[in-house]
Design a binder for this molecule. Sequence first.
Ligand code: PLP
Length: 275
Amino acid sequence: MNKRNSCPPVVMVIGGMDPSGGAGLGADIQTLAALGCHAAPVVTALTVQDTTAVKNFQLVELDLIRAQMQAVLDDMKPSVVKTGMLGSGDIVSVVSSMLSQRPDIQIIVDPVLSSNSGSSLSEHSLTKAIIELLLPIATLICPNIPETVALAGTALLDTLDIDECAALLYDADSHCDCLITGTHADSDQVINRYYRKGRKLKEWVWQRLQYEYHGSGCTLASAIAAGIAHGLEMEQALEQAQQFVMDCLQDGFKPGNGQHIPRRLCSETDLKTGI
Ligand code: PLP
């Protein structure tokens, strides 16, 4: 079939809008487009932020979130859903009750609790709802270290190692894999650890880059979703997604006064405009 007429895999992305374009749904849409998927974005929140900090956010009404999801689910056939900023336990409840009726859809969960600059993007009820409602139906959860600690319910990171936290997240009733990203560790290398059934299967070690990036977690989770939507096995999807993120970060740019933004779309030579 002519590639121009064929339908790319559809991935529903559920998360917040970031007006800086670095993180959130903008990052998801760019990543999925770059990796040959069509993104169907469902908005859960409007944030007010730039590349330095989150200043405010407002959550979208539950009925409106439900209606956005229903519109896409009635019309298209997403094989994968990626969740990002869900903001509150009530939103997790709406999202998970709708998705629990669709076991054919694989769910990649980026458990966004705060921005890379450290500002909160969630209400208190969120972590409990992610654990109780979303993890049991998810395919993969990809927390960073602070998110892992928050989800595992401990503030004692110094005394608990990451493997123990991953084991705490494991629920025998769910089949959710876990990728814990090491971006927030205090080391020269970034170690990303992949667990299945609470046991570590693989580690990837990446050289830490010079800058801080806005939207790297969103880019990673969406790139994993794209790999799964294209039919890759989980380990291969994780590997390719990390390589994609590294390329985007190495090519990143600084459009404002704060963090760098990953360059997710075409490199200069790919530009169709020729400018
Ligand atoms: N989603 C939204 C709407 C955000 O505003 C942010 C961060 O600001 C994130 C997700 C998480 O971003 P990151 O990929 O930098 O962790």
